[in-house]
Design a protein. Structure first.
Length: 399
């Protein structure tokens, strides 16, 4: 897919987003809400105001053979209302995140801030990388890193394949890049920037980001996940988290409900708001989350944000609707089975030949309101997909 110029898209998109209204509305939380335990509760769509026939239209779209969909889960009001899988796959089948992992990495930064391990997003990177003290790169703010505005050299299309497939120390490679632009002045999608989150978390916790996540994120929300590490045991915070489609939905529900899980505030509501609120200068992106255009339901705009990954690994979150939709593509973990990016251990997914977010989501939204409109998703989704690169394709690796 051709990559669209970020600044041109930004200027056009900002005009449309100006009408989207308040972006901080989140549903109230409390003991009356339904929450999954070790297992999810299943309810009939009609019991939560959804039309089952419309939901089937979303299934028909997602599971056309050329779309290579492995699993879809639709969660409304804390329960699963629809769940579909490809032949020979089921609820226990692992999917992978690809760049959805960036949203998980950002969340671990937020939790570290909540715990007082990081004072805030205005911390300079030299605090976490002492070797950058006195180096202009050390003045990059954590906020600028998470916004994809670090100014560090990176070309996703050219650099990512070698970085992902060959580098044994991906954190070291991320740190070796020179500064090309003034931090905070230019948006550039960069998996290497996202990899730097791994070292930030490790520097303040003394543990890998994956270990910190197990205690402070995965465990509290009942999610089982394998977060890949590079050959030097650095959690790959730009990608590569394996979980079931149901468990990815847990993460979406956490953010849809303001960072709360039952009686525990896993990550602060303030972080959820900041991480998913569009930047003025980059209205399509926040802190490692894609802040897509609002849809229209019941004649009113409803906010949506998305954790996005290569080949349409997506978690769509509609906070005002208490609605989460997850789509995973067909995934195979290659090699010896260990989530360590060395040797023949690779991630392999099949991308859809065609995919339009608005065509997939509109039947789901129409199941709530026949007049719903998901068309605003089209432009933002197309731009997001254009920024992502399959790191395995240029190498033509075989299982």
């Amino acid at each position: 897919m051709n990559r669209l110029p970020a600044n041109l898209f930004l200027a056009l998109l900002s005009l449309v987003l100006a009408a989207c209204g308040d972006t901080s509305s989140l549903p109230a939380t409390g003991s009356s809400l339904r929450w999954p335990g070790a297992e999810w509760e299943f309810v009939e769509p009609g019991s939560v105001g959804m039309d089952a026939r419309q939901l089937e239209a979303a299934r028909d779209y997602a599971f056309r053979p050329e779309r290579n969909t492995q699993g879809v889960v639709v969660v409304k009001d804390g329960a699963i209302v629809a769940e579909w899988y490809a032949p020979n796959r089921d609820a226990s089948s692992l999917g992978t995140s690809w760049s959805m992992g960036k949203s998980f990495g950002s969340t671990m930064i937020g939790i570290a801030i909540d715990q007082g391990l990081i004072s805030g997003l205005d911390e300079p990177l030299s605090r976490f990388y002492p070797d950058w003290e006195g180096d202009p790169r050390g003045d990059i703010r954590l906020r600028e890193l998470l916004q994809m505005r670090s100014g560090l050299r990176w070309n996703e299309a050219l650099d990512d394949p070698y970085f992902h497939a060959v580098e044994l120390d991906q954190l070291g490679a991320s740190l070796s890049r020179p500064l090309l632009r003034e931090p905070g002045t230019f948006w550039n999608y960069s998996s290497a920037d996202s990899m730097l989150m791994s070292g930030v978390v490790q520097s303040v916790t003394g543990r890998t980001t994956g270990e910190f996540a197990q205690e402070n994120l995965f465990g509290p929300i009942g999610m089982e996940a394998d977060w890949w590490v590079d050959g030097s045991n650095h959690t790959m915070t730009y990608c590569c988290l394996d979980a079931t489609t149901r468990d990815f939905a847990r993460f979406g529900l956490l953010f849809g409900r303001g960072g709360r899980w039952r009686d525990r505030q896993v990550v602060s509501r303030e972080w959820v708001d900041e991480a998913t609120t569009p930047q003025e200068a980059s209205p399509f992106y926040a802190l490692q989350w894609w802040t897509d255009l609002s849809a229209t339901v019941g004649g009113k705009p409803v906010r949506a944000f998305v954790a996005r990954g290569l080949h349409t690994q997506n978690i769509y979150v509609f906070p005002e609707l208490d609605l989460v939709v997850v789509r995973n593509g067909v995934y195979t973990r290659l090699g010896n089975g260990d989530p360590i990016r060395v040797g023949s251990n690779y991630l392999s997914t099949l991308g859809p030949a065609t995919w339009e977010d608005d065509q997939f989501l509109e039947p789901i939204l129409k199941s709530l309101d026949p007049t719903a409109d998901a068309s605003p998703f089209a432009a933002a989704a197309a731009f997001a997909e254009s920024q992502m690169v399959d790191p395995m394709a240029p190498l033509a690796l075989e299982p």
